[in-house]
Write a protein that binds this ligand. Structure first.
Ligand code: NAD
Length: 433
């Protein structure tokens, strides 16, 4: 095939006309990328010794581990004091029960005692006794089935917020049009204020020691960042999920994956990307991947128009005037990703290297030719720190270290679609899959 060209389903970003409520407008994410606020009481569990009931929505890889990466929310959470697990929700009841059985035999088995399994979150909400009612839920499900305001069957976050539950939601937070997700974010924000809830999103790189150090160095240097280069290069031979290979089921390579770097760029620069400046090109699915998982585990049944790109390069400007570029590839073999961010300003260069596996930071200071490796505190990993902040907020109402609330993540979601669309990928048009 000589040329790869796909049609855009619909430009969902025109005619937005979304009006922010005064409450939300007053508390949009600050330049620091998150909001500092402390709640009163209500859903807040101020007694340090009270156990927090936690439920998992989704019994899959992100919450229970895979061979693919360092994520595994349950193993981080079970080590925390005063936590117990009361439910795992998954239509695959057998898998959910297996998770309970396996973890019940482990070092923290007592925390899983009596953990129930449910086929969906409605069944959990209906069945849970007061004693087992979750205080907090961890949502790690296929993007397609959550994050909606308009389609009741995908309105999981709305249902759980109405039921007064704190949430940590995995990215991508939805697969609905960005303007709908923005409206959902407004509603959730108001419910969070009313019911004193923490509704956070797992953009965990904000807790990564290398990203934290880069942010600290920018502050210390006192010079604005003027150019950011992000390179997110992943391995593809372990991705055994047909829906992952479908752009409008997973989000595709930018919305599903490089979104972590889109978020890191927003977080580090303290600025938003300007949609009108984004230009992008991609190597599309006409390129064969020699180590793609065999049928039916990858894209073999995915319509050609919906298959994911192999390589994407985007350039853009931030509202601050800085410029940026993002390079994503789905080309490498094995397990280890190559990920790196470069931040340049007058006289300085900060390199954030390999934040997933071996985080490191190198700095070239103004009036210097040399690079120094900046020491990092590698004592606790980014997922642990994310859950510490989340559970502390659930327990006390102090959200000052919850670094990505839902409406902040909604902006990363929207921005990621802008880049994907600029690269010629389809975007959600609001039809129900
Ligand atoms: N932040 C990170 O580091 C990170 C890492 C991996 C995955 N993720 C994200 O987490 C999400 C889940 O990924 P995964 O790897 O766990 O996927 P997975 O396919 O391994 O697991 C998803 C599970 O959700 C279940 N499910 C489907 N419909 C459901 C419903 N209505 N209610 C409850 N459960 C339902 C499925 O049966 C499956 O067991 C994805 O959005 C992914 O991008 C984030």
């Amino acid at each position: 095939m000589a040329h790869f060209l796909r049609k855009t389903v619909r430009d969902v970003y025109t005619n937005r006309g979304t009006v922010l409520s005064p409450l939300l407008a007053a508390s949009r994410p600050s330049r620091e990328g998150h909001i500092n606020r402390a709640f009163g009481t209500s859903s807040v569990l101020s007694d340090d010794n009270k156990s927090i009931n936690v439920a998992f929505i989704g019994a899959g890889g992100v919450s229970f581990g895979t061979a693919e990466g360092p994520w595994n929310h349950s193993v981080r959470l079970e080590k925390m004091p005063n936590v117990r697990f009361t439910a795992i929700v998954d239509p695959n009841l057998e898998l959910a029960q297996k998770r309970v059985d396996d973890l019940s035999k482990g070092a923290y088995g007592h925390k899983w005692k009596g953990c129930e399994v449910f086929k969906d979150h409605h069944a959990m909400l209906e069945a849970s006794s007061q004693e087992k009612r979750p205080d907090a839920v961890i949502i790690g499900v296929p993007p397609l089935i959550h994050g909606s305001l308009d389609v009741p069957q995908y309105a999981m976050e709305l249902d759980l917020a109405k039921a007064g539950m704190h949430m940590l939601v995995e990215k991508p937070i939805s697969m609905r049009p960005a303007e709908e997700v923005e409206r959902l974010a407004e509603v959730l924000h108001e419910l969070a204020d009313e019911k004193k809830l923490v509704i956070a999103v797992g953009y965990m790189l904000r807790y990564n020691p290398a990203i934290e150090k880069a942010k600290e160095l920018l502050k210390e240097l006192g010079r604005p960042v003027k150019s950011i280069v992000g390179r997110y290069n992943c391995t593809y031979n372990n991705i055994y999920k047909p829906q992952w290979w479908h752009t409008l089921q997973s989000g595709g390579t930018i919305v599903e994956q490089a979104t972590h770097f889109v978020d890191a760029m927003r977080h580090l620069s303290g600025s938003e990307l300007e949609k009108s400046t984004i230009r992008a090109v991609a190597v599309g699915p006409d390129m064969d991947l020699s180590e793609m998982p065999p049928p039916p585990y990858a894209e073999h049944t995915v319509p050609y128009d919906m298959r994911v790109n192999r390589a994407t390069v985007a350039v853009f400007r931030f509202e601050s005037g800085a410029v940026g570029s993002l390079n994503h590839t789905l080309l490498m073999h094995g397990q280890n990703f190559f990920t790196e961010l470069d931040l340049f300003g007058d006289g300085f260069h900060i390199i954030v290297r390999d934040p997933y596996q071996k985080p490191a930071v190198f700095l070239r200071r103004p009036r210097s030719n040399d690079y120094e490796q900046v020491p990092l505190d590698l004592g606790r990993d980014m997922y642990e720190k994310q859950f510490d902040a989340f559970m502390h907020a659930v327990r006390t109402g102090d959200q000052s270290d919850v670094r990505c609330l839902f409406h902040d993540a909604a902006r990363t979601y929207e921005t990621s679609w802008w880049i994907s669309e600029a690269a010629g990928s389809p975007v959600p048009d609001g039809s129900v899959a």
